[in-house]
Design a protein around this ligand. Structure first.
Ligand SMILES: Cc1cc2nc3c(=O)[nH]c(=O)nc-3n(C[C@H](O)[C@H](O)[C@H](O)COP(=O)(O)OP(=O)(O)OC[C@H]3O[C@@H](n4cnc5c(N)ncnc54)[C@H](O)[C@@H]3O)c2cc1C
Length: 467
C-alpha cells in the first residue's frame, strides 16, 4: 500500500508529470523515450537495480469527472467526443479504465471491420452515415501533431445483400428507409446481379441491394490505435485495471411538483489494479458503461437487474456475450478486386481480405447451436457444416477454397432488439435521470424502444451479422 501511495505521489508531482505518458506523442514514441531515460538514469545512479522511476501511468487517479469502463472503440469514441466538445479546454477530467491493454478478447479488434448503411431503422442509417464521414476524413478528426497520418485501410467496396423470395419485400422496404435517410443504395434483379457480379450464382435470389458509396470495411485495430493516440493527446487518462464495484449513495429529494424521488448515484468506482490484489477507489460524477459484450455484467455491478421484478431496477441490461467464428480462406479462382461485402439470404457472409485472393467470412449459429462462450476456441467443423456449403452454392469458385486460419470473438448481442443501447441508469423514481451506458452493437446507439429486428440478408431474422 505504502509503495502504491509513493508511486501515486510521484506520478502526481512535477517530476511525474514531466515523465507522465498521458499527453502527446504516440504510444511507441513515449515508451521508447521512457526506457531511454530510465537506462540513462540507471547508468548514472549508484546502487545497482534500485529504480525510482517506475512507470506508474497505468494507475488510476483518485478522482475523475467521468469514468469510462472499457477502452474499446466505443469507450475511446466517447472519450474523444467528451474532450472534443468540452468548453473551456481541459474542463473535464476523463478516465478510461481498460482491464486488457492487449485487447486480446475485445470485440473491436476481433471484428471484421465492416461498415454499411443498409439497415431497417432510420437511426442506424444516420449513425452509420455520420460514422462513414468520420472514417473517410479520419485525419481531420484524429491527426496528432508530429505523428504520422492515420491509415485505417478503408476499402470502399460496398455491401451486397441478397434476399430470397421471402425476404424481398422487407428488403424493398428497408431500401426505401435507407434512401430517405440519404444513403445511396440500389436494388438489383437477379439478372442485373449476374451482369455486375458474374461469379455469383443467383439461384434462390429474388432481389439484391447494393450500397453504391460509403460502405465497405477497414482495419479496426488501426482505428482503435488512432483513437487511443488522439485521446491521449487530448488529455484523457488511461489506467490498466478492472472495474469491480460501484459505490452509490441515495438521497430522497422532492421535485418541483412535490413528488418524492429517490436519487441514487454512483460516486465511487473501484478499480482493481492489474496484476495486484489491491484496488483504487476513484471518485467520479459520471460513469459510462462501454464494456461491450461485458456491459450486462458491468450494469449488474451497479445493481441493474437486481431490483424487484417488473421495476426498472429489476430489468437486466439485455446484452450478452455471443461467440462468433471468423474464417480466413484462400481461393485463387475466387472473385477479384470488385468483390463487395456479401451477405447471403442464409446469413453467411464474406468479403475480400487484401489483394491476394484471400477472403474472410462466417455465419451466425442458430439459437440452438450457440457455442459455449466460456472460451474463444474455434470450431472448424462449423465451417465445414454450416459456412462452406452456402458459400460454395453462392460462389461456385469457392468449391476449391482452402481455409488458412480462423479466430473467434465475442459479439455484444442485445437479446431485446439487437440494437445499440444508450441506457440511462442510476436514479430511481418517476422522472428518473440516469447515468449513461453504451452497450451492444457498436455504432448503433439509439433510443431504447422495441424496434423491428434489424434484417440482414433480406429475410434473416438474426441480426448479428457484420456491420
Ligand atoms: C466476429 C465479429 C465480427 C464483427 N464484425 C463487425 C462488423 O463488421 N461491423 C461492425 O460494426 N461490428 C462488428 N462486430 C461488432 C463490433 O466489433 C462491436 O460491436 C464493437 O467492437 C464493440 O465495441 P466496444 O468498444 O463496445 O467493445 P470492445 O471492443 O469489446 O471493448 C470493451 C472493452 O471493455 C473492457 N472491459 C469489460 N469489462 C471491463 C471492466 N469491468 N473493467 C475494465 N474494462 C472492462 C474489455 O476488456 C474490452 O476491451 C463484430 C463482432 C465480432 C465478434
Amino acid at each position: 500500500m505504502l509503495r502504491r501511495t509513493l508511486l501515486l505521489g510521484l506520478c502526481r508531482g512535477p517530476l511525474g508529470r514531466g515523465l507522465g505518458t498521458h499527453r502527446g506523442g504516440s504510444i511507441l514514441d513515449r515508451d521508447g523515450k521512457m526506457s531511454e531515460i530510465k537506462k540513462k538514469i540507471q547508468s548514472i545512479l549508484p546502487g545497482g537495480d534500485w529504480n525510482p522511476l517506475y512507470d506508474t501511468s497505468y494507475l488510476p487517479p483518485e478522482s475523475s469527472d467521468v469514468v469510462i469502463v472499457g477502452g474499446g472503440v466505443l469507450g475511446l469514441s466517447v472519450a474523444y467526443w467528451l474532450k472534443k466538445l468540452e468548453k473551456p479546454r481541459g474542463a473535464i477530467r476523463v478516465l478510461v479504465v481498460e482491464r486488457d491493454h492487449t485487447y486480446s478478447r475485445a470485440s473491436t479488434v476481433l471484428s471484421v471491420g465492416g461498415i454499411r448503411q443498409q439497415f431497417s431503422v432510420p437511426e442506424n442509417v444516420q449513425l452509420s452515415l455520420f460514422s462513414i464521414d468520420f472514417l473517410r476524413n479520419i485525419n481531420e478528426y484524429l491527426a496528432v501533431a508530429d505523428d504520422p497520418p492515420l491509415d485505417i485501410q478503408f476499402n470502399p467496396s460496398g455491401y451486397l445483400l441478397l434476399a430470397s423470395e421471402k425476404g424481398a419485400a422487407i428488403m424493398e422496404n428497408n431500401v426505401k428507409v435507407q434512401r430517405q435517410e440519404g444513403a445511396k443504395v440500389c436494388l438489383m434483379s437477379p439478372e442485373q446481379l449476374r451482369n455486375k457480379f458474374p461469379w455469383i450464382n443467383t439461384e434462390g435470389v429474388a432481389l439484391a441491394s447494393y450500397g453504391m458509396e460509403h460502405e465497405g470495411w477497414f482495419d479496426p485495430w488501426c482505428l482503435l490505435q488512432g483513437l487511443r493516440r488522439k485521446v491521449q493527446s487530448m488529455g484523457v487518462l488511461f489506467c490498466r485495471g478492472e472495474v469491480t464495484r460501484f459505490v452509490s449513495s441515495s438521497n430522497l429529494m422532492k421535485t418541483a411538483s412535490g413528488e418524492e424521488v429517490n436519487v441514487k448515484r454512483i460516486h465511487e468506482v473501484h478499480v482493481k489494479i492489474d496484476q495486484s490484489l489491491e484496488y483504487q477507489p476513484v471518485e467520479c460524477a459520471i460513469v459510462i458503461n462501454a464494456a461491450g459484450a461485458w456491459s450486462g455484467q458491468v450494469a449488474e455491478l451497479a445493481g441493474i437487474g437486481k431490483g424487484p421484478p417488473g421495476t426498472l431496477q429489476g430489468t437486466k441490461l439485455p446484452v450478452e456475450l455471443r461467440k462468433r467464428y471468423v474464417y480466413l480462406w484462400h481461393c485463387p479462382q475466387g472473385p477479384g478486386l470488385e468483390t463487395p461485402f456479401v451477405i447471403d439470404p442464409s446469413g453467411t457472409y464474406f468479403r475480400r481480405e487484401g489483394l491476394g485472393h484471400n477472403y474472410l467470412g462466417g455465419c451466425s449459429p442458430t439459437e440452438e447451436e450457440e457455442p459455449d462462450p466460456g472460451n474463444l476456441e474455434v470450431d472448424h467443423d462449423f465451417f465445414q457444416d454450416r459456412v462452406w456449403p452456402p458459400l460454395a452454392q453462392r460462389v461456385p469458385a469457392f468449391e476449391t477454397l482452402k481455409v488458412r486460419s480462423a479466430w473467434a470473438g465475442y459479439y455484444d448481442y442485445n437479446t431485446f432488439d439487437q440494437n445499440g443501447v444508450p441506457l440511462l441508469l442510476g436514479r430511481e423514481g418517476p422522472g428518473a435521470q440516469h447515468h449513461l451506458s453504451l452497450a451492444g452493437r457498436a455504432g448503433r446507439l439509439q433510443a431504447v424502444r422495441p424496434r423491428p429486428t434489424e434484417s440482414v440478408g433480406g429475410g434473416d431474422p438474426r441480426t448479428d451479422g457484420p456491420g
